[in-house]
Design a protein around this ligand. Structure first.
Ligand code: PMV
Length: 329
């Protein structure tokens, strides 16, 4: 019996992915851009030759679609390796609370892809790993490498050219800080998966979103290259607003914001006017993630708590998904 363990960090999109042109293969309509986040991480162990297939996520046996996606990823690795991998035992654990509002699925599928390919004896290949992680959860394609990554939309129907590449390592901008603010830990009514599908199908603003987001990716990269927080922050904010505007225009409308979300966001221009560089991004949920630099972290955390955040998780640029020596079990 052979078991292989890998670790990956989640990531936060600064230019969001919102909408699939192929839901089976998980191919996006537009390219997108993200930062990998430490110290949050998911560790996944894959054991080939187990008695029966089992998938355990954070101490609970996975069922339904969650389990099916893990099994499909393992089968895809078997096809690439040219042999069925047989029953497999997968155990995955995250070190951060779901309430942080950061998707553990991105880190989970990136770690699963890395570990399964290694367990099957396939060579280390970041593009192949990113493509594979993508089939579990789109944003997972961006957690295979650390630092700043672009997930290229690609144009091939088979998705072979749709994977993430690293633009800058985590060492490029070490003083950058991201604060995940919890304003609501309720499970959202509409998942990202369903929300983006409904937006594609019913929002009249969707084509404009696709065009704009694609054009923002090189601008985001340039702001990161220059370590220009004011430009990157302004870009991240308008991109988040545009994603939410597109979703609000869906039928029925999709509103992921809560009053407490706005209470935090509306403080930011005031803080900036007082000389504190702080900007937000917002995924398909109520919990904002604030961008600032190391020297302003304490002030930004205090601001978020005063505005109503019940918890604040401090993050910094994280590194590549990697194999770990000891198995979990
Ligand atoms: O990869 P998914 O299915 O979890 O979708 C992620 C969608 C957003 O988080 C809203 C945006 C993004 O690019 O991460």
């Amino acid at each position: 019996m052979k078991s292989t363990k890998a670790r990956a960090h989640p990531n936060i999109a600064l230019v969001k992915y919102w909408g699939k042109r192929d839901s089976e293969r998980i191919l996006p309509y537009q390219s997108n851009f993200s930062l990998t986040l430490a110290p949050l991480e998911v560790t996944t162990t894959v054991e080939l030759g187990a008695g029966a297939t089992s998938v355990e996520l954070n101490g609970k046996e996975a069922v339904g679609q969650e389990r099916a996606r893990v099994v499909a990823l393992v089968e895809a690795v078997g096809r690439e390796a040219g042999r069925a991998l047989g029953p497999v035992r997968v155990v995955s654990r995250g070190n951060f609370p779901m309430a942080a509002g950061l998707a553990s699925s991105a880190a989970g599928f990136a770690a699963l892809a890395r570990a399964t390919r290694a367990a099957a004896g396939l060579p280390d290949d970041v593009r192949a790993t990113s493509r594979l992680a993508r089939t579990g959860s789109g944003s997972a394609s961006r957690s295979v490498q650390g630092g700043f990554c672009t997930w290229h939309r690609g144009s091939r129907p088979d998705g072979e050219d749709s994977f993430a590449t690293q633009d800058f390592t985590e060492a490029h901008w070490p003083e950058l800080r991201l604060l995940a603010c919890v304003v609501s830990s309720l499970v959202k009514d509409v998942s990202s998966r369903d929300g983006m599908q409904s937006t594609v199908e019913t929002s009249p603003y969707y084509p404009a979103w696709v065009k704009d987001a694609e054009a923002e990716v090189p601008r985001a990269r340039e702001a990161v290259r220059k370590r220009d927080l004011a430009s990157l922050g302004a870009l991240a904010e308008r991109n988040a607003w545009r994603m939410h505007a597109t979703a609000l225009a869906a039928d029925p409308p999709l509103c992921y914001l809560r009053p407490a979300t706005l209470a935090v966001l509306l403080e930011l221009p005031r803080a900036r006017a007082k000389g504190c560089p702080v900007f937000f991004t917002l995924d398909a949920g109520p919990n904002p993630v604030l961008l600032t630099t190391l020297e302003h972290v304490a002030r930004v955390e205090a601001l978020a708590r005063e505005a109503g955040a019940s918890d604040v998780v401090r993050c910094a640029p994280g590194g590549d998904a990697c194999l770990l020596p000891e198995p979990l079990f």
